[in-house]
Design a protein around this ligand. Structure first.
Ligand SMILES: C[S@@+](CC[C@H](N)C(=O)[O-])C[C@H]1O[C@@H](n2cnc3c(N)ncnc32)[C@H](O)[C@@H]1O
Length: 300
């Protein structure tokens, strides 16, 4: 039988496919998939999509022990250091390996984003939209005791979860967290602040500031300084300044996210994913953040 071109499948055909897939996708969503040439059958592939964990650096010798505890094989992801695929049904939250901070759950796609940033020890990294913090933890691990890491999120309660996560993985001391709007965040990296302070200021090995008044560390950058010592200037990219922006996305193309509506209730999908006002709001959120980045890249 000839394979049907997915963009030619009608909504009613898709409803048949959907019955096969046993997922009651709402009509509006099926229509959206149809308009974009997407096959609804992908949403019934939960059983074949692995989940991923990242091993905290230094825990490599514990792989066999973690496999015994989780009762599954950890399949190394060859292109993503420290990442392992596990079967999707495996729950890690109750395991000692998770509770003791040896592993954490993080999508391979998130790991790929960090890999693409090409962060090196000594870099000054700004993570805008940082909570709940999986990428922030990975960044902190890569930086170790070098450079600096600053996490920013507009949601206080989410940033609190971020703090807890950093502490769990013993990374809390080395990361500054700010509840702030990323579109107007302008604080300098810690090193830049220190360069401005004469006298006996000391930066401890673990990156904590000693002898520096809070008002100095938290002071906003002024124009002159920002052009020579921010995270954000093109010239300083060569001096290893990195910025990650991870604003909320629409989720309309995410298989795993859409599958969660099996539990949340398919009726809420309209409101949570397809609602036009929500999409507009996301657009309004993403544009200023992207614009801010663009300004940073092009400003000499
Ligand atoms: C997709 S989540 C980020 C996931 C995170 N990077 C991680 O790896 O765990 C998006 C985050 O953006 C935050 N956010 C939304 N608008 C923001 C803004 N204007 N400034 C800073 N953070 C914002 C939200 O509170 C939310 O925590």
């Amino acid at each position: 039988m000839e394979e049907a071109n997915s963009s030619e499948i009608s909504v009613s055909d898709r409803k048949e496919g959907q019955q096969e897939a046993s997922l009651p996708l709402p009509a509006a969503f099926l229509e959206f998939l149809s308009e974009n040439g997407l096959d609804p059958a992908v949403y019934s592939m939960a059983a074949s999509i692995p989940r991923y964990i990242r091993l905290k650096p230094g825990m490599e010798s514990h792989v066999a022990e973690i496999e015994r505890e989780l009762k599954c094989c950890l399949e190394k992801v060859s292109w993503l250091p420290g990442f392992y695929a596990i079967p999707p049904e495996i729950q890690i939250a109750g395991s000692k390996a998770y509770q003791q901070g040896k592993i954490y759950g993080i999508d391979a796609a998130s790991g790929a984003a960090i890999l693409a940033l090409d962060v090196r020890p000594g870099d000054h990294v700004l993570d805008l939209c940082a909570a709940p913090g999986a990428k922030l933890c990975m960044l902190a691990d890569i930086l170790g005791n070098t450079g600096s890491l600053t996490g920013v999120d507009v949601a206080k309660h989410r940033l609190a979860a971020c703090r807890t996560m950093l502490q769990k993985y013993s990374l809390g001391d080395r990361t500054r967290l700010f509840v702030a709007d990323g579109t107007s965040f302008s604080l300098l990296p810690v090193d830049s602040v220190l360069q401005r302070i004469e006298g006996s200021t000391v930066l401890e090995d673990n990156g904590r500031l000693v002898g520096v008044p809070k008002c100095v560390v938290l002071c906003p950058s002024v124009d002159d300084e920002a052009s020579t010592s921010g995270y954000d200037k093109l010239s300083l990219m060569m001096k290893c300044m990195q910025v990650l922006v991870d604003a909320e996305c629409t989720h309309d193309g995410s298989i795993k996210h859409i599958q969660k509506f099996e539990f949340w209730g398919w009726k809420t999908l309209d409101r949570r994913v397809l609602d036009a006002e929500r999409i507009d709001n996301l657009f309004d959120l993403q544009v200023p953040l992207s614009f801010l980045l663009l300004t940073w890249w092009v400003d000499p």
